[in-house]
Design a protein around this ligand. Structure first.
Ligand code: HEM
Length: 515
């Protein structure tokens, strides 16, 4: 009996060892040979870590010093990728641990990557990131399609109209706070770091638009989510050990407690809203109400079918996704827009003239915001130079053809948005300069119809919140321009860096003058 057990144990250990050796050595080397035969350059695979150690070291080094406003930001923001581009050209492989990642910058290939969503799937997320959200942004296949279909109506342009009061009140709260600071000073000016206030603005917008009347509870959930993101980020910089998250360390216990509290608070809000909706009491004009309405409709229409609609847990995860996806990126877009307009006073003046011409002393309204041409050009140029998401990844699950390449299963494909949007081959020699006039005839003309402007990516998985965030951004920019002129403070240091989104590492110190 004992010998039989020992043999089974030995077999299990051998099987496990085989899997580990295959994962860390045999498979990466096989993939490397296959990719090199097809002409792809890049560093050789290094055991377990691949390029990740060098990548991290270069990021830490680059982020230890600021750069000049006139410098290219790529060497600071993504130094390793930038080095590979210079060393190997645009088509190369980088090693994300034992996984090869192919860099793709050809517009036709990018189109394929974003269009063929079943061939190029979202990579599995680190279980730590899944603590923050398991919403449809991380799913593939039928589950993604089902959730996207249910959530699409929530972001329909006619529904955005009902979000206008939330955009206005949140922007107005911020502008009133700044106005008070300028009025309290003798010369009607004040110096401040606008970055935390812009983050607060976009948080308030999501709390208001997601939960309507439950806004205060929504804000509390945000505080918990922010603490949880901080802990997840801390855990992510250490080497990921499978299963470590179950060890009851102080940090792991806190993460679990936060996750439980967030879930319980969301469950409470959702139940309250669902009850009210069923009784016909609540106007479903917030994101959660609209989502529940879309869900109820689907369940009624297909009540005899299996697996229809979303469960309560799935709705909870989608609410967490609104927080996660909707906030950081929009505040990043706004902060870089303000920094660029501080540097380029002529464009600031043109944008203000337009805002005053459209709204005069009136509160900004939907149709007016939709007609702001100069402001839209400026937002697009800010999103080109400082895309909140600098890179997106996909992964092959089976042998897949991409242009001249045949990629085996298990290869990551990366679209480096920042490098593409600053590529002189695509945008011309002035690619690194702020020139909103590029977008004077719209995005299609600016890109000559190619897939080269990608702040929201492209294809079926394009950002669902694109119109939402642009409208929110226009409201905030219009109110700021109506109230202040602004410039960079001498204490501003230019230090773009990438943590989830492209952020100003040392804040955004500006001087505001009451207009
Ligand atoms: C300036 C602001 C924003 C930027 C630059 C941005 C950017 C992006 C990008 C690049 C993706 C695609 C990621 C990928 O393909 O891997 C994406 C997806 C997504 N975004 Fe946004 N986003 C913004 C605002 C928002 C807002 C306000 C919301 C919601 C309230 C939102 C919700 C989502 C969702 C749910 C997805 C997943 C779509 C899918 O997988 O089908 N985003 N966003």
């Amino acid at each position: 009996m004992g010998t039989a057990l020992a043999s089974i144990a030995a077999c299990l250990v051998l099987a496990w060892l085989y899997k580990v050796i295959n994962w860390v050595w045999v498979k990466p080397k096989r993939l490397e040979t296959c990719l090199r035969h097809q002409g792809l350059k890049g560093n050789s695979y290094r055991f377990l870590y691949g390029d990740t150690k060098d990548n991290l070291k270069m990021i830490l080094d680059a982020s230890s010093k600021p750069i000049l406003l006139s410098d290219d930001i790529a060497p600071r923001v993504d130094p390793y990728l930038n080095l590979c581009l210079r060393t190997y050209g645009k088509n190369f492989i980088m090693w994300m641990g034992p996984k090869p990642r192919v860099n793709v910058m050809d517009p036709e290939l990018i189109k394929d990557v974003f269009n063929k969503i079943n061939d190029f799937q979202k990579p599995a997320v680190n279980p730590l990131v899944a603590l923050l959200t398991k919403g449809f942004a991380i799913h593939n296949g039928d589950k993604w399609a089902k959730h996207r279909k249910l959530i699409n109506p929530v972001f329909h342009s006619e529904k955005l109209k009902s979000m206008m009061p939330a955009f206005y009140h949140s922007s107005n709260d911020m502008v009133s706070k700044w106005e008070k600071l300028t009025l309290d000073s003798a010369d009607g000016s004040c110096e401040l770091d606008v970055w935390p206030d812009l983050q607060n603005l976009t948080r308030n917008v999501i709390a208001r638009t997601a939960f309507g009347s439950s806004y205060e509870e929504g804000k509390r959930i945000f505080e918990l989510q922010t603490e949880l993101s901080g802990l997840v980020m801390q855990a992510l910089v250490s080497v990921y050990i499978p299963g470590w998250r179950f060890v009851p360390t102080k940090m792991n216990r806190r993460m679990k407690a936060l996750e439980r509290e967030i879930k319980a608070s969301l469950r409470f809000i959702i139940n309250k809203k669902e009850e009210a909706l069923k009784e016909g009491k609540a106007a479903s004009d917030d994101l959660l109400g609209l989502l529940l309405e879309s869900n109820l409709k689907e369940m009624k229409e297909h009540k005899n079918k299996k697996d229809v609609g979303m469960s309560l847990d799935e709705v909870i995860e989608e609410c967490k996704l609104f927080y996660f996806a909707g906030q950081e990126s929009t505040s990043a877009m706004l902060v870089w827009t303000m920094i660029l307009l501080s540097q380029h006073q002529e464009w600031q003046r043109r944008a203000r003239d337009e805002v005053l011409q459209v709204f005069g002393t009136e509160k900004p309204y939907l149709e007016g915001l939709n007609h702001l041409k100069v402001v839209t050009m400026i937002l697009h140029e800010a999103l080109r130079l400082y895309p909140p998401g600098i890179l997106v990844n996909r992964e092959t699950r089976k042998e897949t053809v991409l242009g001249n390449l045949t990629l085996p299963a298990g290869v990551m494909v990366s679209v480096p948005i920042l490098s593409i949007q600053r590529d002189p081959d695509i945008w011309g020699e002035d690619a690194n300069e702020f020139k909103p006039e590029r977008f004077s005839q719209g995005v299609f003309n600016a890109t000559k119809g190619q897939v080269t402007f990608l702040p929201f990516t492209w294809g079926p998985r394009i950002c669902i919140g694109q119109n939402f965030s642009l409208l929110e951004g226009k409201m905030a920019v219009a109110l700021v321009l109506k109230t202040f002129t602004f410039e960079l403070s001498p204490s501003y240091t230019h230090a773009p860096y990438n943590v989830i989104s492209l952020q100003p590492q040392h804040g955004a110190h500006l001087i505001l003058h009451k207009f």
